[in-house]
Design a protein. Structure first.
Length: 320
């Protein structure tokens, strides 16, 4: 019977791509999958998985996943039974929900960034439309940032610590103090005025590397409460590291972690390029020694948390 159902789907796809049979299968997949996803986070307009919300999701999966991404053809190529079709349809539904979550996260971050940019230490560039922002006291104009600058900004943002997801609502991703550093590091990395669209590009690139694991694979489950906050022991380690790093070394470490070139670093320190390169090596050698001394017995999985916290502390210290 399963093979006969598959044959009917294959025949329908050959004649009209997606017809009644495919839509019935897709509706079932959407209903089954959404039972595990909070509608307050993943639905479009309502806080329940109503008939209208399911229809909206079906439309998005059909257009974005099955047609635009060619996944209908892929399903037809690899499926050997109706169970294969149904499994792959459920997977495409989860992917579409993850795409919604990713878009929601960035949109909410941009809304919060707009508030950050609306007051000190930032200002709107005069006569810029759409609005472009810059740190108060800088002379950058309305020119758009270079692509290399946007990539450096995304790399810098990626190093900042993130908060964990919640099953009840969309994760804020960056806490307020960290979000302030998102703005600061973006301006620092691009050396340019930035629009909300520019921030959107930076955030989408920065978050792409971990959003699939962080948002997509959780399928609506809650993260353990102890993961929501930063471990006090790690905070103590980072505080100890910062106390032993000189102000100049802090500038050097932050610059290199943010992707600043040796030439740019030399200009910032008012030294020659070879001197800047030497100080960079010395600063990282000292940091490695300190890490071995202060954090030599921590678990390997915690080193990335220390790196993110250290980068945040460096950002906050240098920007004071």
């Amino acid at each position: 019977m399963s093979d006969q159902e598959l044959d009917l789907l294959v025949a329908e796809a050959a004649s009209q791509r997606i017809g009644v049979l495919w839509l019935d299968e897709l509706r079932t997949a959407c209903i089954e999958v959404t039972r595990r996803f909070d509608p307050a986070v993943y639905a479009v307009a309502e806080r329940v998985w109503s008939v209208g919300e399911i229809d909206e999701l079906m439309q998005d999966v059909t257009v974005e996943q099955l047609l635009d991404q060619g996944q209908l053809d892929y399903i037809l190529d690899v499926s050997r039974s109706i169970d294969d079709v149904r499994r792959l349809l459920r997977f495409r539904v989860r992917r579409e929900l993850a795409r919604r979550r990713r878009r929601t996260v960035v949109d909410r971050l941009l809304a919060r960034l707009t508030d950050v940019l609306g007051g000190d230490p930032y200002e709107q560039v005069p006569e810029s439309a759409p609005a472009r922002y810059r740190p108060v006291g800088t002379e950058v104009g309305i020119d758009s940032p270079a692509e290399e600058g946007l990539r450096r900004a995304a790399a810098a943002v990626r190093l900042l610590p993130t908060s964990q997801a919640s099953g009840e609502r969309a994760s804020p991703v960056f806490q307020s103090d960290v979000l302030a550093q998102v703005a600061a590091q973006c301006f620092r990395a691009t050396n340019s005025s930035l629009s909300i669209d520019d921030f959107g590009r930076i955030l989408r690139e920065a978050l792409t590397s971990w959003l699939p694991e962080f948002l997509e694979l959780d399928e609506g489950r809650d993260w353990p409460a102890e993961q929501a906050g930063t471990d006090i022991e790690l905070e103590d380690i980072v505080s100890s590291l910062m106390a032993q790093v000189s102000e100049e070394d802090q500038i050097v470490l932050l610059a290199k972690l943010s992707g600043v070139s040796d030439t740019e670093l030399a200009s910032e320190l008012d030294v020659s390029r070879p001197t800047a390169a030497k100080r960079k090596i010395e600063a990282f050698d000292k940091l490695r020694e300190l890490m071995a001394s202060e954090a030599g017995d921590i678990e390997f999985s915690q080193t990335s948390q220390i790196a993110q916290l250290l980068y945040l502390r460096l950002s906050q210290a240098v920007d004071k």
